[in-house]
Design a protein around this ligand. Structure first.
Ligand SMILES: [Zn+2]
Length: 237
């Protein structure tokens, strides 16, 4: 058991180190019209198509919550459910890579319904639009990965994000347990890596890091209905 945790921990530290400076925001999803625009020509978060503006801090907060919800609530769940359905148990555990930008954008759409109260059909329409519009984006934001995602799975995707938000996955106990383990180990690596990197870790800082461990990775719990105010106002209904 300890060996397994140590092994998972080292691979997670490796992952955290790898993605440390990759908070890629070159392509931004407009929360008004669901267009995807390039930020490098436009360092303020204002959509060139519909003029919808958003504060960078709020944008990052929502994207981050969507990213962790997709990562643990959809990606890991799919991987482990596949093993349960195929062999009746989980035999392989591995670190999956972070969700691609398009999946994070789809996660935002799902959360706008799950937390923000946007109508279900509108959320589905926004997701389809994100997938379609991503095809015209020249940068790699995960188009290859999304090409394998069937639109028939949109409802399952929304359902999984909803269940993750409710912290109640309707799935095998083993899957629940593995996801929770991954989340805690991922958080541990996330939080401890910057502390371990310093030559003299300070005790208080270390203790604070441990405290944060139990709350991190649930960014989704910090989102409120008002965070989604005026979302998709510029989409024809
Ligand atoms: Zn827009």
């Amino acid at each position: 058991m300890i060996e397994m945790i140590q092994e998972s921990f080292s691979r997670e530290v490796f992952r955290v180190r790898k993605v440390e400076n990759q908070d890629n925001l070159s392509q931004v999803l407009c929360f008004g019209c669901a267009s995807i625009y390039n930020l490098s020509n436009n360092d303020i978060f204002t959509c060139p198509f519909c003029n919808y503006s958003i504060d960078e801090k709020i944008y990052r907060k929502i994207i981050k919550a969507a990213k962790t919800a997709v990562y643990y609530g959809y990606d890991y769940r799919r991987v482990y459910e596949k093993q349960i359905n195929g062999q009746g148990k989980i035999t392989q555990r591995f670190a999956i890579s972070d969700p691609v930008a398009i999946f994070c954008f789809m996660g935002v759409a799902a959360l706008s319904g799950v937390i923000g109260g946007a109508a279900y059909d509108l959320v589905k329409k926004v997701i389809v639009q994100i997938i379609e519009k991503s095809k015209d984006v020249p940068d790699d934001i995960g188009q290859a990965k999304i090409a394998q995602f069937s639109k028939d799975n949109i409802e399952i995707f929304i359902q999984y994000i909803r269940e993750y938000h409710q912290n109640k996955l309707v799935t095998a106990d083993e899957v629940n347990l593995e996801i929770e383990k991954e989340r805690i180990i991922g958080n541990l690596a996330d939080i401890l890596y910057p502390v371990l990197k310093k030559s003299k870790p300070i005790k208080d800082e270390f203790n604070e890091a441990i405290d944060r461990l139990f709350n991190k990775g649930r960014e989704i719990d910090e989102l409120k209905i008002k965070d989604f105010e005026s979302f998709w106002n510029n989409i024809e209904k």
